[in-house]
Design a protein around this ligand. Structure first.
Ligand SMILES: C[S@@+](CC[C@H](N)C(=O)[O-])C[C@H]1O[C@@H](n2cnc3c(N)ncnc32)[C@H](O)[C@@H]1O
Length: 303
């Protein structure tokens, strides 16, 4: 018998090949769905960091019914529509019809087409990319936002953890902008020191938050998935696309926020730059916002 490499011996790698998934990662999303029923009642999905596209393949299959219906509707209204050279369409009265895509996928890298999936090439940490996603949804909100984003790993753990945190934050900012109330958000996360802080932050916006390692995720990696369900937008909080940590001028970006954004955004962007100081957390009302007493604060921020 010839030698096989570890990928070929991996059951999910072989299964993915058999079924035609572009990557074994497809099973991570399928396992998460099996446990948390992510696709129940969902008609629109945004897939962030999607290349080569196995999660998008899963999403397209799960949403096939809606996608087929969209195609039929488009075909039946085609005659009464007028199409401009840039692809925009208007109805018989001249009203522009917003384009509506059921699965919108985004990645830095090129991705081969998948039927029913609208692909955007872009960086999810950039404002223009979030605008392009909002545009592609044609005024609708998504029931599910997924992100399997991974930075190029350098081997410097703190740096890799920070970069992964920034992808998670960018994905979460996108979710705040495109998710409908009651919707779900799932993102890859490297389980590390600050996991409790991240879970506490997510609980500000979702009724249900969990951290899960699907059986298809390699046991020797620190990869986990953050699963957030039942999105409940905070009253008075309007999501903003600017990230103070990535901004060239932290103070100026922060100064442009509304009072409620000032309270939430630095906390969400991986902690305030001045660090976790209990007095400051009390002054800023963060302990109240997170529903924390002294013990819980110590446990989350000081461990
Ligand atoms: C593990 S792969 C995703 C696999 C995908 N879920 C699938 O099932 O085929 C991670 C992806 O994250 C993408 N990525 C990393 N940083 C990104 C960024 N800032 N914006 C968009 N995509 C990014 C990479 O290009 C890479 O394709």
């Amino acid at each position: 018998m010839g030698k096989t490499n570890s990928d070929q011996r991996d059951v999910y790698y072989r299964k993915a090949k058999e079924i035609g998934y572009r990557a074994r990662s497809a099973f991570k999303l399928l396992h998460c769905d099996e446990k948390y029923k992510l696709f129940d009642g969902v008609d629109t999905v945004v897939d962030l960091c999607s290349a080569p596209g196995s999660w998008s393949q899963v999403c397209a299959v799960k949403l096939e019914e809606y996608i087929t219906q969209d195609r039929k509707e488009m075909a039946s209204t085609q005659e009464s529509m007028f199409m401009f050279p840039n692809g925009a369409q208007c109805d018989a009265t001249g009203k522009i019809i917003p384009q509506r895509h059921r699965v919108v996928s985004v990645d830095l890298q090129d991705m081969s087409p998948i039927p029913g999936v609208h692909i955007i090439k872009g960086d999810i940490t950039e404002e223009d990319t979030i605008k392009a996603i909002i545009n592609a949804l044609g005024g609708h909100k998504a029931g599910l936002v997924v992100c399997d984003g991974a930075p190029d790993v350098t081997g410097f753990h703190n740096f890799d953890e920070f970069m992964q945190g920034q992808l998670l934050y960018a994905a979460f900012s996108t979710a705040l902008n495109v998710l409908r109330p009651g919707g779900s958000f799932i993102s890859k996360i490297f389980k590390a020191r600050h996991i409790n802080l991240i879970l506490a932050q997510m609980k500000l916006f979702f009724s249900f938050v969990d951290c899960y390692k699907p059986p298809s995720s390699r046991p020797d990696s620190c990869e986990h998935f953050l699963v957030c369900k039942d999105f409940k937008p905070v009253e008075g909080f309007t999501p903003c696309l600017k990230n103070p940590i990535l901004s060239k001028n932290y103070e100026r970006t922060l100064a442009s926020y509304t009072p409620i954004q000032k309270k939430y955004v630095p906390l969400l962007a991986c902690g305030d730059l001045s660090g976790w100081d209990k007095k400051e957390a009390i002054d800023k009302g963060l302990m109240d916002a997170l529903g924390l007493n002294d013990d819980a604060f110590e446990k989350i921020f000081m461990t």
